[in-house]
Design a protein around this ligand. Structure first.
Ligand SMILES: [Zn+2]
Length: 486
């Protein structure tokens, strides 16, 4: 057997478990530059599935892909005051090029508003040129002090959508629309329920009018910001002089939005569904949905079993991503261990007795409740059965994640002592009233190492509106959700 020792159990050390899964499931590896990571082929295959699904949704809503340069002249970034203040501490700056000192230092993009809008300004003349709806898939660099693979890295891959509109209402609608698209993808594709809502003034994107966020609860009861959309108002349009002639013939500034999700989503997948055996991938984002493991001892069995394995594979190939693991160097037990670690949803075992009986054994990576892990099925019914099992697993993973979130959501918390105690002892999402003052937010941040994740959208609010801010006792102006976060 080539089996390594098991993973550190989640309950013992969640952070260690996470790092081990990322490395051993071959999602990523460390790079020579601290905070950077190598995304390995298996991890990149997951990212490609994420990209494919989102890209289609973006295009269905009228967005087109484009590409803007990696380098931004430093003076451009400085043109929007809040933006530069927010990003300056974490930018990487190039001062030498070709061995010579540059006339103007170049910032490696931390996000692309400051390069996209000065260029777009040339293209937008009249209301007829609006809306502009672009997206780019690219890498960005933010010089992070504390990094973890996928969750926070100095360089990461993402998509950034950038749009321009004629009215504030249209920009607001766009920011909300993209929040809805992200939510649909996270819930249906990733099987990961999310809370949506608005960020507080302190939590919003540097330079935005309003920021909306999607917050997911990980298995260690920490929140993870899975994506954000921003209504940028006219701040960037003013800074970069993006104007248009409106229908009345007047010059006006455009209204902008931007929105993004990143390779952080892969970290979210790991921490939402993984178990002590490793990764558990929701079928829709599994690079390999079904792995077929042939089992044989004697050589004459080998040909027989492999023939059936190939036949089953070619049937399944029509609808699912399938792979036959015919490596001679590993025994079946070692293969099971590896595919469990990599979170493959279904494993089909075919041995000589199965061949004779015209059946196969299907083992599920995740089973809801006390369902059986292994099911025997006739070869003839395999395609329909496998499709159904994958759909069931997708749904059940989401239901489990939702149930876990509900069990770890604490409502009706009215005292500051309770707020701190719950955040400290249990974690999870804590709903309270809030007076709206940043001082109260800062105090919790300081004393409980937690912050306001969102001012939740209507559907997430408690049925009874909270009356007081637990921190200062003043009247509450809105309900908020607190959590410790990644
Ligand atoms: Zn207060």
């Amino acid at each position: 057997m080539t089996e390594e020792k098991g993973l550190t159990p989640r309950a013992q050390d969640f952070a260690a478990w996470y790092n081990e899964v990322v490395l051993r499931a071959e999602l990523a590896d460390y790079a020579p530059v601290r905070g950077c990571m190598v995304i390995r082929p298996y991890g990149y295959a997951i990212w490609e599935l994420v990209q494919r699904a989102l890209d289609e949704m973006f295009k269905q809503t009228g967005h087109q892909n484009a590409y803007f340069p990696l380098f931004i002249p430093q003076s451009y970034l400085a043109r929007e005051a809040e933006h530069i203040e927010g990003f300056a501490p974490e930018t990487a700056v190039v001062t030498l090029g070709g061995g010579k000192e540059l006339e103007e230092p170049l910032v490696v993009r931390p996000t692309s508003e400051a390069i996209i809008w000065p260029i777009m300004a040339k293209w937008i003349q009249s209301y007829r040129d609006l809306p502009v709806l672009v997206n780019q898939w690219c890498n960005v660099v933010r010089w992070e002090m504390r990094t973890r693979p996928f969750l926070r890295t100095t360089e990461f891959l993402w998509q950034e959508g950038h749009t321009a509109h004629a009215t504030e209402a249209e920009a607001e609608e766009e920011a909300r629309r993209m929040l809805g698209i992200y939510r649909k993808f996270m819930e249906e594709g990733m099987a990961m329920p999310v809370l949506t809502g608005r960020k507080t003034e302190q939590g919003k994107f540097a330079g935005a009018l309003r920021t909306y966020s999607l917050e997911a609860l990980m298995q260690d009861n920490r929140a993870l910001q899975a994506g954000t959309t921003h209504n940028l108002g006219q701040n960037f349009a003013r800074a970069f002089e993006v104007t248009f002639q409106n229908e009345k013939g007047e010059r006006d500034f455009v209204w902008n939005t931007s929105w993004g999700v990143s390779t952080r989503l892969i970290g979210a997948l790991v921490m939402s569904h993984g178990d002590d055996l490793g990764l558990v991938l929701p079928p829709r984002l599994a690079p390999v949905q079904v792995v077929i493991v042939p089992i044989y001892k004697a050589d004459r069995e080998r040909a027989l079993v492999l023939e059936v394995a190939q036949r089953v594979s070619s049937v399944l190939q029509r609808m699912v991503r399938v792979r036959v693991d015919d490596r001679e160097t590993l025994n079946p037990g070692a293969k099971y261990y590896e595919w469990d670690l990599k979170g493959v949803p279904l494993r089909i075992e075919i041995g000589p007795r199965d061949v004779t009986a015209q059946q196969v054994v299907v083992a599920r990576r995740f089973v809801a409740g006390d369902g059986k892990r292994k099911i025997t099925m006739r070869e003839g019914e395999i395609l329909a059965s496998v499709e159904r099992l994958l759909e069931d697993m997708q749904r059940e993973l989401r239901a489990r994640a939702r149930q876990r979130r509900e069990e770890n959501s604490h409502r009706d918390v009215t005292s500051y002592e309770d707020l701190k105690a719950i955040l400290e002892a249990k974690g999870g999402f804590v709903y309270t009233g809030w007076c709206g003052s940043p001082e109260c937010e800062d105090r919790v941040k300081e004393e409980a190492k937690a912050d306001i994740r969102v001012i939740p959208d209507d559907e997430f609010r408690s049925s009874k509106a909270p009356e007081r801010c637990p921190v200062c006792g003043a009247a509450s102006t809105q309900e908020v959700v607190w959590a410790k976060a990644y």
